[in-house]
Design a protein around this ligand. Structure first.
Ligand code: DC
Length: 218
């Protein structure tokens, strides 16, 4: 099987930036698992599905079709022939994605998609349950942690760049609310995978985090 590098952690811990940098430095494909839960949420909202109704979400998500296309050093997702881009990164999606991703049927569909990705090449996958549930047998499993204030500072800056104006306090409240749902849900909660290498990114540069990961890859 192709190499699978798993990077888990809470929102704003630096997973996405790190996984992009790992993909570039090591020439492996970048896979964003959160984007798949965001696509499910986006499609539910477009179709007027009540995201607080797990049965309705499960029934609807069974019919969502996503195409997986290698573009440069990433696996891109296309819905209806196009990539959703920042339409899946709005505060509205942020507010609905945790309940959608807590639905077991949705997790089963996304996990099935993710397990097929190594057919496309060596991959680095970032998410919440990648080293614990999706690829528990991977030799390369990492968990990134970070102080909540620093996470809020990073995420606010990132969101501002996309035109979403929020205070750091609002961003921190949204992050902590999502952490709470993500860590306490019954199916595949966010947790440190057994045997994963934990890296605290609070005071590390991106290069520093990638160095730490690369040093464990052998
Ligand atoms: O990483 P992100 O913020 O784009 O993730 C969006 C949401 O999806 C997040 O609130 C938790 C959920 N998620 C998940 O449950 N499991 C994953 N492997 C990735 C994301």
């Amino acid at each position: 099987m192709n190499k699978v590098i798993c990077i888990d952690g809470p929102s704003g811990s630096g997973k996405s930036t790190t996984a992009h940098a790992v993909s570039e430095r090591l020439g492996v494909l970048f896979v964003d698992s959160g984007a798949l839960y965001r696509i499910m949420t986006w499609q539910c909202l477009l179709a007027g599905v009540d995201t607080s109704d797990p049965a309705a979400v499960a029934a609807f998500c069974r019919g969502v079709k996503v195409a997986f296309v290698v573009k440069g050093n990433r696996v891109a997702y296309e819905v209806g022939g196009e990539e959703p881009g920042d339409r899946i990164r709005t505060p509205e999606i942020n507010a609905h994605v945790s309940p959608v991703s807590a639905v077991p049927e949705v997790r089963a569909i996304v996990t099935g998609w993710l397990r097929k990705m190594p057919e496309l090449g060596d991959i680095v996958v970032e998410g919440r349950d990648i080293g614990s549930i999706v690829y528990p047998d991977s030799k390369y499993r990492f968990y990134l942690d970070c102080d909540p204030d620093e996470r809020a500072r990073r995420r606010q800056k990132e969101d501002a760049g996309k035109g979403f104006v929020q205070t750091e306090a609002q961003v921190k409240a949204s992050l902590l609310a999502r952490d709470k749902i993500d860590s306490s849900r019954k199916t595949a909660p966010l947790k440190i995978p057994e045997g994963a290498i934990v890296i605290d990114t609070t005071r590390l540069s991106v290069d520093g985090v990638v160095d730490a990961i690369a040093s464990h890859l052998g």
